[in-house]
Design a protein around this ligand. Structure first.
Ligand code: NAI
Length: 246
């Protein structure tokens, strides 16, 4: 068990990649805080973790709201007394070509995908720094690395995450905290089901491994970076994309 005795918060973990991360981290021995806007989904994931013999806490939290994130940290501390791992996974898309993109589409994506990380990290390091230990994993995207048609807002937010990760590796290293990013490619989740079928086919044809990634495959990279096996890795971006972008 690679995460035995650790306490992990995974944002946006009611479904998709976040759910796979929460399940895998619990299977590796971590106590997992499942948090999302979708509380019913959190409860389902908590139940699945408990049925497999793990420990979980379900919390409804909007990661764009500082007071809700502060409450999430307080609830986690009440229940588990420590926070070792933060996985910033919650994310949304609001696609449009730049000429048609609204201020609202831009702001919602930047707030949810980038500003939320600023808030979550700031609130969580308050309890990590005194223990001189922490593992933070931020979920970025292949869109940060190669751009993506119709996703100026999303690509900008995801590229921002890489800059944030590099900078905080310099600020937080001396506090015993590592911070890395995982950049998934085309993964099989609800988010990508909205991509039109002919675009999905074009994407699949470009992937050397000739298939979409499974959520568990992104989760595996997160577990590695959150584990003590990655104790000397910080400020990095690990791509999990089947070779789609190298
Ligand atoms: P998803 O849409 O299936 O799940 C995202 C979850 O985040 C949902 O449960 C949603 O309720 C939650 N969420 C959204 N806004 C929130 C907020 N303000 N506060 C709390 N929770 C919130 O998405 P998926 O595919 O699982 O993606 C997870 C992460 O991986 C996202 O950051 C996404 O950008 C990233 N990603 C996904 C890829 C894919 O192919 N699915 C590829 C590259 C990156």
């Amino acid at each position: 068990m690679r995460l035995k005795g650790k306490v992990a918060i995974v944002t946006g973990s009611a479904r998709g990649l976040g759910k796979a991360m929460a399940l895998k981290m619990a299977a590796e021995g971590a106590k997992v805080v499942v948090c999302d806007l979708n509380y019913e989904g959190c409860l389902d994931v908590k139940e699945e973790i408990e049925q497999a013999g793990g420990t979980a806490l379900a919390v409804r939290c909007d990661v764009t709201k500082r007071e809700e994130v502060a409450a999430l940290v307080a609830q986690t501390m009440d229940k588990f007394s420590q926070i070792d791992i933060l996985v910033n996974n919650a994310g949304i898309t609001r696609d449009a070509q730049i000429i048609k993109m609204t201020d609202q589409q831009w702001d919602e994506v930047l707030d949810t995908n980038l500003k939320s990380m600023f808030i979550c990290i700031q609130e969580v390091i308050k309890v990590m720094i005194p223990r001189n230990y922490g593992r933070i994993v931020n979920i970025t995207s292949i869109a940060a690395l190669e751009g993506n048609f119709g996703q100026a807002n999303y690509s900008a937010a995801k590229a921002g995450i890489i800059g944030l990760t590099k900078t905080l590796s310099k600020e937080l290293g001396r506090k015993g905290i590592t911070i890395n990013a995982v950049a998934p490619g085309f993964m099989d989740t609800e988010m990508t089901k909205t991509i039109p079928p002919h675009i999905q086919e074009q994407l699949l044809a470009r992937i050397p491994l000739r298939r979409a990634g499974r959520p568990e495959e992104a989760a595996e990279a997160v577990v590695f970076l959150a584990s003590d096996a990655a104790s000397y890795i910080t400020g990095q971006t690990l791509s999990v994309n089947g070779g789609l972008y190298v």
